[in-house]
Design a protein around this ligand. Structure first.
Ligand code: AP5
Length: 222
């Protein structure tokens, strides 16, 4: 029989590189990328009441209330594509209560990846970040500049990507990170996220390769 699909969580401060690494991970491992922030931004674009409410919190760099976030993530994890191909959950859980809720729904990760990046780098990454609305790709004016003029001309910036707002987002992160980590102690892998994106990915790639080998060997011994 086939081994169970991978279930991965990735966490880290704002602009630590979660989205960038998720693009590299899904390319190689074919997991379904579920980003809490992206789900919330889609809700804002839809113009729904939940979206309007979520935006008020996101503008202050605070956590959006659980009654909006938890069911949104649960619903996405439950879909057949995530169940069949495995999932890569990005930016969730961000509090102990979110972690507990997920556990109660029966979703347990195989690995919890934490990207560790120095604060000075975070601010620089936020301020230079740009997004391509056509492809969804993440760019940085200095570290990952757009390939051509056409792309450069259409790049957008997130409403919460200012130096002032990233400080608030960072505060929220610091308030919660330890309690979330305590839920995943045995399966946490800390990655140095200060390196180039390729070097960060190779650390993650090693951890995932080991995990797959481990899963396969338990399967063989059953
Ligand atoms: P969310 O959208 O998740 O934002 P975030 O956590 O602040 O993380 P980012 O998306 O800003 O950064 P990232 O780590 O993905 O970095 P990226 O790869 O883009 O959340 C936004 C808001 O939504 C929250 O503040 C909250 O209000 C709400 N929310 C979300 N989840 C929630 C939840 N579970 N509960 C309640 N509320 C929730 O990289 C950043 C930049 O750096 C890019 O320009 C990139 O090109 C560059 N870069 C990346 N890697 C490198 C590298 N190695 N070297 C140099 N540059 C790099």
């Amino acid at each position: 029989s086939k081994p169970e699909p991978l279930k991965v969580m990735i966490s880290g401060a704002p602009a630590s590189g979660k989205g960038t690494q998720c693009q590299l991970i899904t390319q190689k491992y074919g997991l379904v990328h579920i980003a809490a922030g992206d789900l919330l931004r889609a809700e804002i674009s839809s113009g729904s009441a939940n979206g309007k409410r979520a935006k008020e919190y996101m503008e202050k760099g605070q956590l959006v209330p659980n009654e909006i976030v938890v069911m949104m993530v649960k619903e996405r994890l439950s879909r057949s594509d995530s169940q069949e191909s495995g999932w890569l959950l990005d930016g969730y859980p961000r509090s102990l209560s979110q972690a507990t809720a997920l556990k109660e729904f029966g979703f347990q990760p195989d690995i919890f990846i934490l990207l560790e990046v120095a604060e000075d780098n975070l601010v620089e990454r936020v301020v230079g970040r740009r997004l391509d609305p056509v492809t969804g790709r993440i760019y940085h004016l200095k570290y990952s500049p757009p390939e051509n003029e056409e792309i450069a001309a259409r790049l957008t910036q997130r409403f919460d990507d200012t130096e002032e707002k990233v400080k608030l987002r960072l505060q929220t992160h610091h308030q919660n990170v330890e309690s979330v980590l305590s839920m995943y102690e045995g399966i946490t892998v800390k990655v140095n996220g200060n390196d180039s994106k390729e070097d960060v990915f190779s650390q993650i790639d090693n951890a995932l390769t080991n995990l797959i080998e481990q899963k396969n060997s338990t399967l063989g011994s059953m």
